[in-house]
Ligand binder design. Structure first.
Ligand code: LLP
Length: 417
């Protein structure tokens, strides 16, 4: 069992006060992870010049503000995320827009504010140049020809990934950028989510190889995100030092070649927030289907889709019952969908888990739900988006209210009446 960072009594009280499903985030965990990365130093004494939070992991304004106050920069992938970055108080110049296409909304925002563009597709350059954007320095996201992540669905390099500019196309893209009057100031690579040191290090070589093409304009390199966290009890924590070492060496090689110093960025999402969060649900009852015992809770894949989507593992506990006998149970939610089970393997096979038996009303806690949980929530089966609480500096604060049925129905009714 992974230890919970917030006391059980507090979690139970919050579940009763705000209802379930409920996300609860621990601000101290977020600031500790941010400081770990901001303070990271390679043996040269240098670290990452910017830690850029990939807000897709959790776009809560409260969390964005917390990370801004720690000194993080931010990444955005949509017009909505650009607006969130501004609403959280980030200066537009500290926001990097990273996408493989523009929609009209994002383009309009890029025309208005000095956000920086990280282009993941060659066709974006001409569209961007046409805007007469406030910034002509851009970043290119490189697809190095390979990727790696905790699941093939989160692998973002290689021919089977839609992301980034194919490495062999970079010379042509360099020429096109020059013709359009754009300066390629940065090179960026992100090969996948939940990767490992070996692959994250190999990605550095791709940028070292590409850098000479942009020798006259290059001023920064980005290592992307993808740092894993231990989802299972007893799994070792990812050691960030070797990663800083490898990327610092890559930067130094490029600096020697270009004869000037470069900034180095890291762009983590999961690492900063995943372990800060829990999803709290209420046990509603148990039943059997043949040999399988099901525990039903009032949260489902509309609150945490990772098990259904990737067969991802999240530790589960029944608060107050750690000491009771554990029996294998499949934990299921309320959705009218067979995939609405939290205990499943990749491919969907049921994987009952040894858990204490819960009584209706017990609070069931899904661990490590700070990243890609609320962020990927849906309204399937007319379920409401759940409330979110941030516990920080001794206070627990509701930072997002539960959606209401009125808010769901009213706009439709207004159109029909
Ligand atoms: N930078 C770029 C360009 C990205 O595409 C991503 C993640 C990140 C940074 C942050 O990656 P992280 O440090 O969080 O691994 N929903 C999936 C993860 C999808 C990640 C998408 N891009 C999951 O729940 O595992």
């Amino acid at each position: 069992m992974k230890p919970r960072t917030l006391p059980d009594e507090l979690l139970v009280r919050l579940a009763h006060e705000h209802g379930t499903p409920l996300y609860v985030y621990d601000g101290a965990t977020i600031t500790a992870r941010a400081r770990e990365l901001l303070d990271l130093r390679a043996s040269s004494g240098r670290g990452f010049d910017a830690v850029r939070y990939a807000q897709k992991a959790n776009p809560s304004l409260a969390i964005l503000r917390l990370l801004r106050s720690e000194g993080c920069h931010v990444d955005a992938v949509s017009g909505g995320e650009l607006r969130r970055a501004l609403a959280a108080g980030f200066a537009a110049r500290d926001v990097l827009f990273c996408a493989d296409l523009f929609d009209h909304d994002a383009l309009a925002l890029l025309a208005q504010h000095p956000f920086q563009l990280n282009a993941g597709s060659p066709f974006m350059l001409a569209q961007y140049a046409q805007l007469n954007p406030p910034r002509r320095d851009i970043v290119l996201r490189v697809n190095p020809g390979f990727g790696h992540g905790h699941d093939r669905k989160v692998t973002t390099g290689g021919e089977h990934s839609k992301h980034g500019i194919w490495h062999a196309d970079l010379p042509a893209v360099a020429r096109e950028a020059r013709e359009l009057g754009l300066d390629v100031a940065g090179l960026h690579v992100h090969i996948g989510s939940g990767s490992d040191l070996e692959h994250l290090s190999r990605a550095a070589d791709a940028l070292v190889a590409a850098a000479p093409l942009f020798a006259s304009t290059l001023s920064s390199l980005s290592a992307g995100g993808g740092l894993p966290i231990p989802y299972r009890a007893g799994e070792p924590r990812f050691d960030c030092r070797p990663l800083a070492e490898v990327w610092d060496r890559a930067r130094t090689r490029v600096e020697r070649e270009l004869g000037r110093s470069l900034r180095l960025e890291l762009e983590p999402g999961r690492f900063l927030v995943a372990e800060s969060g829990v999803l709290l649900a209420e046990a509603r009852g148990s039943k059997r289907a043949g040999a399988v015992e099901y525990l039903f809770v009032d949260a489902g894949f509309h609150n945490l889709v990772r098990p259904a989507m990737y067969g991802a593992h999240h530790e589960i506990s029944v608060l107050g019952r750690d000491a009771e006998p554990h029996v294998p149970q499949a934990v299921a939610g309320p959705l009218c969908e067979s995939a609405d089970v939290f205990t499943q393997a990749k491919g969907g096979a049921l994987e009952p888990r040894a858990l204490p038996r819960a009584q209706p009303g017990d609070v069931v806690c899904f661990h490590d739900a700070g990243a890609y949980a609320a962020a990927m929530a849906s309204g399937y089966n007319s379920q409401l988006l759940a409330a979110e609480v941030l516990v920080h500096n001794g206070t627990a604060r509701l930072v997002r209210p539960r959606q209401t049925h009125e808010a769901l129905l009213r706009p439709e009714l207004d159109l029909l009446e």
